[in-house]
Unconditional design. Structure first.
Length: 150
C-alpha cells in the first residue's frame, strides 16, 4: 500500500500543473483527502480571489488523490479516468483555499465490480472552503476504472 507521502509525490511528478499551482497535500487517508491551494496573486481572477480554474484543479486533484490512494493496487488491471464533473461556486474565496474530498462509494464494492469484469464508475465529493471554514463551493467528480485490454 502506498503511503500518503508517496501518493502526494507521485501526483506531483505525474501532473505538472499540481506543481505549477503549488498544491499542498495536508491529509491523505483511505477515502478522504485534504489539499490546500496557497494564496498566490499569479493565480487570481479579476476580483483578487483564486481563479475558478485553480479551484477546479484543486478539487480535481483532491479527488485524484483519493482514487490513487484507494485503488493503487489495481493499476496493473485498470486506468483511473475522470469521466465528468459538476462544480458549484457558492461564495467568493479569498486567501488560501482547502479542498476536502471523500469517496462516494465503498472501495471494496468498486474493486469487486472491476474484478468481475465491469468498468466501475463512482463519485468523489469535494467541499471547497477557506481556512476559516467558510464553504465557498462543492464539486462532484465522477471517475471510472477502465480495465486494461488483455
Amino acid at each position: 500500500m502506498l503511503t500518503s507521502d508517496a501518493i502526494a509525490a507521485s501526483l506531483r511528478d505525474a501532473v505538472p500543473f499540481v506543481r505549477t499551482l503549488g498544491l499542498e497535500y495536508l491529509e491523505l487517508e483511505p477515502g478522504r483527502a485534504l489539499l490546500r491551494l496557497p494564496d498566490d496573486a499569479a493565480h487570481h481572477n479579476h476580483v483578487a480571489g483564486p481563479h475558478a480554474g485553480a479551484m477546479f484543479t484543486l478539487a480535481e486533484s483532491a479527488s485524484g488523490a483519493i482514487v490513487i490512494g484507494s485503488f493503487a493496487h489495481l493499476l496493473d488491471r485498470a486506468t483511473p479516468l475522470a469521466a465528468r464533473a459538476e462544480i458549484r461556486y457558492q461564495k467568493l474565496a479569498m486567501g488560501p483555499v482547502l479542498a476536502e474530498a471523500t469517496l462516494g462509494r465503498d472501495a471494496a464494492e468498486v474493486e469487486a465490480e472491476l474484478l468481475a469484469g465491469g468498468k466501475p464508475e463512482f463519485g468523489v465529493h469535494v467541499v471547497l472552503r477557506t481556512e476559516d471554514g467558510t464553504q465557498t463551493g462543492e464539486m462532484t467528480i465522477f471517475w471510472a476504472l477502465k480495465p486494461h485490454k488483455r
